[in-house]
Design a protein around this ligand. Structure first.
Ligand code: GTP
Ligand code: MG
Length: 504
């Protein structure tokens, strides 16, 4: 293993660690999709690229894929000349991957290769002594028909660790949507593909029509450079031998000899190179896309934070304005201090509720915000701790007013008058009683009122902040690590540079 392989391996591992260290947290399918992408890239690095770099001489892994019933398992048994994998009339038959390998390589596939499938006993290994398997391991994969099925997932898992893909279509079914979708994935991954058309009728004219049509479709889907039927391997419909659940060796001789070329070191190296280079290019592209997704998520979180903070700031500004105009509490018959302090507490609570509603309205305009409103309870109204906090803030303010009065009036009755006068004036705009004004002298009143108002500003701000903190903490739990997108880009640039050196 050369040093350029070592540094490529190191930068790949660093990228995997970075990708593996976070989760997309905003609700909705974009995060789910982002996390799936992330997992796939980590798998591709840890289960395919790094092991390949560590052990470049391990057998080439070829995965056999195709629609259910196209004859994938028949093909494998035919190549092996024995019943390696189950063939059957029930669809689907192959429920989990079957690895056909040489005895001397068997250990490689027992663990580390598709560890999740191994752990779930979902990987079977058939080891023998066929010369073909000295350089090549074949994997019979389950079908990929339905997008979210277990079999599709397993087919994709095998695809992620393969160097080569053998696509088996049948003459009855070779052009459906699931096939193109899956083949698109194979192409993105840059894997070399062998195309096989199975169960062809004997009639030469029909055969040619079918093969030409298939070749044209492959060309149209960017899977072949030329619509050339000679690039497709043909297998004629014939009796399946029950002894090995396969066809006679002649039926697959051309495929076998093509695969046998892998034993040539130069070709083998070329296949591995094409496949790893393809995987690396896809990795770099998709990592950049994920970094973009991280940026978008960071922006969304910041936007929601801004929305909430603007809603509370607006309500606070309104409260300040009302305070200026003496309309924090509505003028009413009851003007005793305890009564007004109680009214103040409910006014503060109500304003926190207004701010919460306004913030929730802002969030509801946003896809992620809507999801968060569903997950985090009670954001449409003030927090459950607000009435208590508002009660305390109002009581403290009332206390402060009494203290101001105590410092300025010696007698109990005057103190009471002054306390009530100041309270009513600040909260409701009611004039102070003329006798209070007389006793204090005009010039003291504005200073006292200002002190009382300032003290109330602090109380209002405190209650609002307590309530706004709920929105802040919902968002804080979603935050991605600082500088993550930049690091992802830097790691992928590094992989790209090291890959350039390695493949030069
Ligand atoms: N007579 C005949 N039957 C075939 C031929 N190829 C496949 N079959 C039959 O087609 C059916 C499907 O073959 P399989 O090899 O199990 O198909 P598969 O692609 O592995 O299907 P899944 O495992 O379900 O994804 C079986 O009943 C086979 O016996 C053939 O050339 N001739
Ligand atoms: Mg099968």
């Amino acid at each position: 293993v050369t040093s350029s392989a070592d540094s490529l391996k190191t930068s790949l591992e660093a990228l995997a660690a970075e990708l593996d260290a976070f989760r997309f947290r905003l609700p909705g399918h974009r995060a789910v999709k982002g996390d799936l992408e992330r997992d796939e890239l980590v798998t591709s690095i840890r289960q395919y690229l790094v092991p390949r770099l560590r052990d470049p001489d391990a057998p080439v892994v070829a995965v056999i894929v195709g629609p259910t019933g196209s004859g994938k398992s028949v093909l494998l048994n035919s190549l092996a000349g024995e019943a390696v994998t189950e063939v059957g009339p029930l669809r689907p038959t192959t429920r989990s991957p079957v690895v056909w390998t040489h005895r001397k390589h068997e250990r490689r596939y027992e663990k580390g290769f598709l560890p999740e499938l191994s752990a779930g006993n979902e990987l079977s290994i058939a080891a023998g002594s066929d010369i073909l398997t000295e350089q090549l391991t074949l994997v019979d994969a389950p079908d990929f028909e339905s997008v979210y099925s277990d079999s599709r997932r397993m087919a994709e898992d095998v695809l992620a660790v393969a160097d080569l893909c053998i696509f088996v279509a049948s003459a009855m079914r070779y052009a459906d949507a699931a096939a193109w979708d899956f083949l698109g994935q194979v192409r993105k991954r840059g894997l070399p593909i062998l195309f096989v058309m199975n169960r062809l009728p004997a009639d030469p004219q029909t055969r040619l029509t079918l093969l030409d049509d298939f070749a044209t479709l492959l060309k149209d889907n960017d899977l072949l450079l030329e619509a050339d039927r000679d690039l497709i391997f043909e297998i004629t419909e014939q009796v399946v031998y029950p002894k090995h659940s396969g066809l006679p060796a002649e039926a697959v001789a051309a495929i076998r000899s093509e695969l046998g070329l892998i034993s040539d070191p130069a070709l083998r190296a070329e296949v591995v190179r094409q496949s790893t280079e393809g995987a690396m290019a896809e990795l770099i592209e998709r990592t950049r896309a994920i970094a973009g997704e991280v940026d978008a998520e960071t922006r969304s979180i910041a936007k929601l934070a801004r929305g909430a903070s603007e809603a509370y700031a607006t309500e606070r500004a309104r409260a300040m304005q009302d305070l200026q105009q003496g309309s924090i509490v509505q003028l009413s018959s009851g003007q005793s201090q305890p009564y007004l302090v109680d009214e103040l507490a409910s006014a503060l609570t109500r304003r926190a509720g207004n701010a919460a509603r306004a913030a929730a309205v802002r969030w509801a305009e946003d896809d992620f915000g809507r999801g968060l409103l569903e997950i985090a309870d009670g954001l449409w109204r003030h927090g459950s701790d607000v009435p208590e906090a508002a009660g305390e803030a109002a009581a403290e303010w009332g206390q402060r007013i009494s203290e101001l009065a105590v410092a300025r009036a010696r007698r109990g009755r005057r103190r009471r008058e002054l306390t009530e006068g100041l309270t009513a004036r600040v909260l409701t705009g009611a004039d102070l009683a003329p006798q209070v004004l007389e006793r204090l002298g005009d010039e003291n009143i504005p200073a006292l009122l200002q002190m009382a108002a300032q003290s109330l500003e602090i109380s209002i701000t405190r209650v609002m902040d307590i309530d706004q903190a709920r929105f802040v903490s919902v968002l804080r739990r979603l935050e991605l690590p600082e500088g993550l997108a930049e690091r992802l880009r830097a790691h992928s640039d590094r992989v790209s540079a090291d890959a350039g050196t390695y493949y030069r």
